[in-house]
Design a protein around this ligand. Structure first.
Ligand code: ADP
Ligand code: ASP
Ligand code: MG
Length: 470
């Protein structure tokens, strides 16, 4: 089998963890599989890089920032490559040069005092670039040939810095040209997650948590047999285990269930991960690098639907409810179209839409960092309707959260919405708005952010999601 394995931040969070990741990759190779590894940055590193860039643009940069980045990587190199002095020296030298370049960039920011998304991508992707050679060293120390490869050589994207989209034809070509000969020779390439490059070679990133997406893109490009995502929990669970302690790992879920969950906040999977793999039907496994014996979750076409209809419940925070309201909206065609067009032109993502049947208001949810921009665009696009009084107000409320109830079998299972409302009602949670996807695989609700955790727990209890269903 050809397996693309991705290791998340905590799975490469220390020398010991990188050693364990190397063991897992080497084990699969020794079992006869072709293995491609994708790595995240060591945990916490991406946050530190972003904070350093933001501080620098505010005028603050101190050498302790780079020392702080340097040290864990240096230590890991020493611990993981004890036998190969030449390789160790090379890794230490490359680490030094990369951190020097990072320092230069930060010092530049303290002078120009401007941080574009493009520059932020050049800085925030450094964690993966520092980690890949170390994991590759650790694999080589265990007796399997390996080399680090920067994904800027493989994945071609558009120029939406911060959330770039892959151009699959070019990516497929480059990835196959570069990786196939290595795989034929039994090497394990270790690829940097999260980063990519435009056609012109400028570094982009795929969005926070994007290494999962990298693994899926590489898996699709290589027609891999499986994509394995190694993380720090036993798989995709019926709810966020931090919010619902009794949440249970689901053994099998479908691509559509995984997409819905990831889209509505299940951090375990980057929300675009399923896109590249589902057309080719490549199964994705979510596995625990801290508990590798556990079989984890398999994401596939069928996904073993649950008798209960509902399989999982999730929530998404840091979102804002945009409301366009006015009694004069009734009967005036095109307001919704104008509004949605304006949001699309801003490239802001709409998480859910709801319109009261009275047509007195339209509301939709966007990510909070985009809310101010969206409001401005709406006020400008609907200026005339505001002036004529068709619309009285356009407002944003960022004290809300979206809770999503997900399951393929919800389609055709009666009474689910009723049960959700009963559960929320008896827990005293007020539902601000509701929307049901036409696929009927998802019901999403807007609640006050302060009530979101209770809403998730109440729904989890009502559907007895802590009990095995199959
Ligand atoms: P990695 O660094 O491996 O990419 P992440 O921190 O991005 O890992 O994602 C794993 C985390 O996602 C888990 O530790 C868990 O706290 C959180 N999480 C949120 N919702 C879910 C869910 N439904 N199932 C599993 N984990 C979830
Ligand atoms: N290191 C990146 C982040 O923290 C990408 C990832 O971990 O998937 O967002
Ligand atoms: Mg992640």
């Amino acid at each position: 089998m050809l397996i693309v394995m991705k290791f998340g931040g905590t799975s490469v969070g220390s020398a010991e963890r990188i050693g364990q990741a190397a063991d897992l990759a080497v084990k699969a190779a020794k079992e006869g599989h072709k293995v491609v590894v994708v790595t995240s940055a060591m945990s916490g590193v991406t946050n530190k890089l972003i904070a350093a860039a933001q501080d620098a643009v505010g005028g603050f940069y101190h050498k302790t920032v780079s020392d702080d980045l340097h040290e864990p990587h240096r230590q890991a190199i020493h611990l993981l490559a004890p036998n190969d002095a030449a390789r160790r020296r090379e890794a230490i030298e490359s680490l030094r040069l990369r951190i020097e370049r990072f320092e230069t960039l930060c010092k530049g920011l303290t002078m120009v005092r401007e941080l574009t998304q493009r520059t932020l991508d050049a800085i925030s992707g450094l964690g993966e670039i520092l980690c890949a050679p170390i994991l590759s060293c650790a694999i080589a120390e265990r007796g399997v040939a390996s080399r680090p490869i920067e994904a800027t050589e493989l994945i071609v994207t558009d120029d939406q810095f911060g959330q770039a989209e892959p151009l699959m034809a070019e990516t497929r070509q480059q990835t196959r040209d570069k990786l196939t000969p290595l795989l034929e020779q039994g090497e394990i390439p270790v690829i940097t997650g999260f980063i990519a490059a435009t056609k012109e070679g400028v570094q982009t990133t795929l969005g926070r948590g994007g290494s999962d997406y990298t693994a899926a893109i590489i898996g699709a490009a290589l027609d891999a047999d499986e994509v394995w995502i190694w993380t720090d929990v036993d798989g995709v669970m019926t709810a966020n285990p931090g919010e619902v302690p009794e949440a249970r790992t689901m053994r099998e879920i479908s691509y559509s269930e995984a997409s819905e969950l990831a889209y509505y906040g299940a951090k375990v999977l980057h929300h675009k991960t399923i896109l590249p793999v589902y057309k080719q039907g490549i199964p994705v496994r979510i596995l625990n690098s801290f508990n590798p014996e556990n079989s984890g979750t398999c994401i596939s076409v069928e996904g073993r639907p649950s008798e209960r209809g509902v399989k999982a419940v999730t929530s998404i925070r840091h979102v804002s409810l945009i409301t366009i309201s006015g009694k004069g909206m009734q009967g005036i065609p095109g307001i919704a179209a104008k509004a949605l067009g304006a949001v699309a032109a801003e490239r802001a993502n709409i998480l859910m839409i709801s319109q009261a049947s009275s047509e007195n208001n339209i509301c939709f949810v966007v990510n909070s960092p985009e809310a101010a921009r969206v409001l401005k665009a709406l006020r400008s696009a609907l200026e005339l309707d505001l002036m004529l009084g068709h619309i009285e107000d356009i407002s944003a409320d960022d004290s809300i959260a979206v809770v999503a109830v997900v399951g393929d079998r919800m389609q055709g299972t009666p009474g689910i919405a009723g049960k959700v409302f009963d559960a929320l009602g008896s827990s005293g949670v007020n539902v601000i708005a509701i929307s049901q996807g036409s696929s009927e695989r998802n019901i999403s609700l807007i609640v006050a952010e302060s009530e979101a955790a209770e809403a998730v727990r109440a729904i989890h209890r009502a559907f007895e999601l802590d009990q095995p269903s199959q």
